[in-house]
Design a protein around this ligand. Structure first.
Ligand code: SF4
Length: 372
């Protein structure tokens, strides 16, 4: 099968999954303004922004030869649950004859999930599928772990761009893995690559840490969130996201009794502000705002796709949380009009505010020099 998927970082994980199952992978191009324009043109005006970008991505991948699209779905009152159906109908109306396989959470619709598994299984044995899933999960875990390290290190690199270059090199190495042992091997090499990056030492009390929260697609896909982590890193700011693919897999695919409870605990914190599941990542977003506060972060950047109702509800709760926890939050709406230049000014002003709140003096240059 010629398989494609939505372009949502880290794409190497999905690529490996289908490659190891013996499918021909049609890589969706990294979303650009052209992708967005294509998606906007072929989507309902009031659809949420990720649906539009993904629409554009699908068309680009189909034009490259994709025959099957594999994607995740969604539960509850969020529109993600309709994405697969809607995309399928739009693509059909445009004359594209492709199949969309949607994976919802493993529970409660175990049967539907397994139907999807059998479709992508091909001629592989069940043992091979299980081995592949384990390898890919381990890969997601390794990629996320290294990315978390880079999100901190980038703030202190001596030469701008060192971390980004190292990351590209690491992804090239991961591109060659085919087993868990290979993944562990690359993980070790990657650790050494990161160890070699020259960086300045900054005292703990002088570090600025920002949590990035919001809807999963705009948080994970750097090409449409203005590469927010790179921007913050270049301003000397450590970051951590609310969303990581390995944690999403763990929360959605592993029964509660056996999984790491990080996201469950965050959701509990979120329930104090949004009692019931209103869809998307609203409960998680408010839970993470509290969690980042509890862990001593200095501020929050909240990414909100245009047309996203769950994040709109979150936005209405943010002022109360800011006041209650003395936690500055900058909400950035993301849509086809999002301009990097004006948002950069807002982000810089926000970081200045965080620094002054910490009684720090900054000298702006390429890199922030910390003088107090
Ligand atoms: S979480 Fe928001 S942006 Fe994502 S699918 Fe649901 S409504 Fe759309």
């Amino acid at each position: 099968m010629k398989v494609t998927f939505p372009h949502m970082s880290p794409v190497i994980v999905y690529k490996k999954l289908f490659e190891l199952l013996g499918h021909e992978v049609i890589m969706p191009p990294t979303p650009t303004q052209k992708t967005i324009d294509l998606g906007v043109k072929n989507s309902p005006e009031f659809a949420c922004f990720p649906l539009k970008v993904i629409m554009g991505s699908y068309i680009e991948a189909i034009e490259k030869g994709a025959e099957v699209i594999v994607t995740s779905g969604g539960d509850g009152p969020c529109r993600a649950g309709y994405y697969g159906e809607l995309h399928q109908r739009i693509l059909k109306s445009l004359g594209y004859n492709v199949e969309i396989i949607v994976f919802d959470a493993l529970f409660p619709r175990f049967g539907d999930f397994m139907k999807g598994v059998f479709k992508i299984k091909g001629r592989n044995s069940v043992a091979k599928v299980i081995k592949t899933l384990k390898t890919v999960y381990r890969l997601a875990y390794a990629v996320d772990g290294l990315e978390k390290r880079i999100e901190k290190l980038r703030a202190y690199e001596v030469t701008n761009g060192d971390c980004n270059r190292a990351w590209d090199e690491i992804l090239d190495l991961f591109d060659k893995v085919s087993s868990i042992d290979d993944v562990k091997d690359v993980e070790e090499k990657a650790g050494k690559i990161l160890d070699r990056i020259p960086h300045i030492k900054v005292q703990e009390q002088n570090k600025i840490r920002v949590g990035i929260v919001g809807e999963i697609y705009v948080v994970l896909e750097s090409s449409i969130n203005m590469e927010i982590e790179k921007i913050l890193g270049s301003l000397g700011v450590e970051t951590e996201r609310s969303q990581y693919l390995s944690e999403w897999i763990e929360f959605n695919m592993i029964p509660k009794a056996f999984r790491d409870k990080k996201i469950d605990n965050v959701m509990e914190k979120g329930k104090k502000f949004i009692e019931i599941q209103i869809g998307g990542h609203a409960q998680e977003t408010v839970g993470f705002i509290k969690d980042f506060k509890d862990r001593g972060f200095d501020g929050i950047i909240h990414l909100m796709p245009f047309g996203c109702l769950p994040e709109l509800v979150t936005q209405s709760i943010v002022p109360e949380m800011t006041k209650k926890f003395d936690m500055p939050v900058l909400t950035i709406p993301i849509d086809e009009q999002t301009g990097k230049a004006n948002n950069l000014t807002r982000i810089e002003a926000f970081i200045d505010l965080l620094r002054s709140k910490k009684n720090m003096t900054t000298i702006k240059s390429d890199k922030v020099a910390i003088t107090a």
